[in-house]
Design a protein around this ligand. Structure first.
Ligand code: NDP
Length: 282
């Protein structure tokens, strides 16, 4: 019998923990505050920003929204980031990606104060992660690790296969798993025998963005499967990167899509914001 990993419930527990920690800081007159920068009017980003604001309110975290028009220049955006870097009220800064095509996101991310990089995207944060030092861990990878912990996955010495090597998801997950003493293989579009790699894995993390690419018979009996993928089919249905029903027949535990990794991301962002507030105002 497979365990369906309930990300919604896990995220609610985490948000509850964050709310308690944020309240304790508020009692010391420290108000955890997240600045959210949204450029342009991408509807998916707008929805995401709105749900962040709601979750933040429920977790006793203040949000300052900065909505900029799609015509914003690089200089204007960099000036806002500099202003937020210097603002003593702001603990964490989130620049909603993707930015409109005329803007250089790498330059914007590099300009963030690493002490306020609650998305864990600056080269400094990723460098610390690579060194196995404390840092802001990117939110989706952090959520995956918490789900693995919740389901009692024994990572030390486990064979972990990560599908995907993006800077936002695949690479940080691979680093986190290696830091937790797993033996990690990072796969990508040039990997020669993807089914063979996955078949050897005790832990599979799929972050590819290809609907149901990972077949059920690739999954080793008893493996734990974390599906980061969010893919919308032509029918409107959301599916992950793993063929869920067939994989669930073999996996010891598996995340559904939706309702698995997705809900954890915002909860982890709020947790990082409270950590930033605690660290900066100590
Ligand atoms: P990217 O497109 O940046 O990276 C995809 C990775 O998958 C690349 O490393 C790519 O390899 C690899 N890949 C693509 N096709 C194949 C293939 N056929 N075989 C093996 N590897 C392949 O995506 P992201 O990392 O940003 O996101 C991955 C997925 O996770 C998406 O579905 C996204 O929507 C979802 N996501 C979900 C979040 C959540 O909150 N749950 C948050 C962020 C992302 P190569 O490097 O060789 O090109």
């Amino acid at each position: 019998m497979t365990t369906v990993i309930d990300g919604k419930a896990a995220a609610a527990v985490l948000r509850g923990e964050v709310a308690v920690a944020a309240l304790a800081l508020r009692e010391q007159s420290i108000v955890p505050t997240l600045a959210v920068v949204l450029v342009g009017d991408d509807p998916a980003s707008a929805v995401y920003v709105k749900s962040k604001a709601k979750a933040a309110r429920e977790s006793n975290v203040d949000v300052r929204d900065h909505k900029l028009p799609a015509t914003t220049t690089q200089a204007e955006l960099m000036a806002l980031v500099a202003q937020l870097n210097a603002d003593p009220v702001v603990d964490g800064i989130l620049v909603q990606l993707p930015l409109p095509a005329h803007l250089d996101s790498d330059a914007v991310i590099r300009s963030l104060d690493p002490a306020k990089d609650v998305d864990g995207l600056t080269p400094i944060s990723l460098g610390y992660l690579a060194q196995g030092r404390p840092t802001f861990v990117p939110c989706t990878p952090k959520g995956c690790m918490r789900l693995l912990r919740d389901v009692g996955a024994d990572l030390a010495g486990a064979r972990a296969v990560v599908l995907g090597r993006s800077v936002l998801v695949g690479k940080p997950i691979a680093l986190l798993l290696a830091n937790a003493n797993a033996t990690v293989t990072m796969c990508h579009s040039k990997t020669k025998d993807l089914p063979g790699e996955v078949r050897r894995a005790d832990i599979v993390v799929a972050a590819v963005g290809r609907p149901e690419m990972v077949q059920g018979d690739w999954i080793k009996d008893g493996a734990v499967v974390i599906d980061v993928g969010i893919n919308r089919l032509a029918t409107g249905k959301l599916v992950g990167d793993v063929a869920y029903a067939a994989a669930a027949e073999r996996a010891r535990a598996i995340t559904p899509v939706p309702g698995g990794v997705g809900p954890m991301t915002i909860a982890c962002l709020l947790e990082n914001t409270v950590e930033a507030a605690r660290a900066r105002k100590r």
